[in-house]
Design a protein around this ligand. Structure first.
Ligand code: ADE
Length: 248
């Protein structure tokens, strides 16, 4: 997976991605990061990339020219037969989720376009953007944090990035269920014991407990997800009882 990020703050992207699991994945060659400064494509002697909006109004708008030249340069260097997806981070986009991350993880190249100021000239968006994506119904100061959120989420799904593939299968949002609770040593802490089934070594019982806990947890914390999960009749009843007990 090769990530390309068009931004006015490349260091923000590079520094965040250099940490922890994404940093290791870059070093190991499972993913690559190419953060490109849109300002380098300004043809203005003061390196300006923004201007006043036509029609007036608050704030500045990023100009089409620098964004387009930056994009063309990235495309030229990729030398791919197919043109990669260009994701514009915007609160007006489709709200990002785990299924979208799984689809994006299959791509060879992804280009992120991070806006700043009040937005980007619509004409260049029409020309290059394939996907408009939001990370939630709130407004950030720019697209860098959303791009980082997306790259972090997508990276974990790229083969080799996590040591164990199992954890990507049992984790939250897989099958529209949240993950079950986890425990580690000591066996008793603050008067609280680890659930005995976890010490039993009985794999069948364990699998049943994990599944049951996932259903209970989802019903309690994200009842909106229950309708989309594939549940047995018994599990549906369990979820219903949990949801009723929460509202009681
Ligand atoms: N830019 C500003 N707010 C955003 C959001 N919620 N998602 C994606 N990009 C944004």
């Amino acid at each position: 997976m090769n990530f390309h990020v068009m931004t006015l703050f490349p260091e923000m992207i590079e520094n965040a991605m250099a940490e922890s699991i994404t940093g290791r994945a870059i070093k190991a060659g499972h993913i690559s990061l190419n953060a490109v400064n849109i300002r380098d494509y300004s043809e203005n002697k003061h390196n300006r990339v923004d201007d006043y909006p036509y029609g007036g109004g608050a704030g500045m708008v990023m100009q089409a020219g620098p964004v387009y030249r930056c994009y063309k340069d990235i495309i030229r260097k990729i030398e791919s037969e197919t043109s990669p997806k260009v994701i514009y981070l915007s609160p007006q986009g489709k709200v990002f989720n785990q299924d979208m991350a799984a689809e994006y993880a299959k791509e060879e190249n992804l280009i992120f376009l991070c806006g700043h100021y009040e937005g980007i000239d619509e004409r260049v968006l029409e020309e290059i953007v394939t996907d408009y994506v939001s990370i939630g119904d709130y407004v950030l100061t720019g697209g860098e944090l959303p791009a980082l959120v997306m790259m972090d989420t997508i990276s974990r799904l790229v083969p080799g990035v996590l040591n164990n593939d199992v954890s990507a299968q049992t984790e939250s949002f897989t099958d529209n269920l949240l993950e079950y609770p986890q425990y580690t040593r000591p066996e008793e802490w603050n008067g609280k014991k680890v659930p005995p089934v976890l010490l039993s070594g009985n794999h069948k019982k364990l699998a049943e407990w994990y599944r049951e806990q996932s259903v209970i947890r989802t019903a309690m914390r994200r009842p909106d997800m229950i309708a989309k999960a594939e549940l047995t009749d018994e599990e549906k009843l369990l979820a219903k009882n949990v949801m009723n007990s929460v509202t009681d």
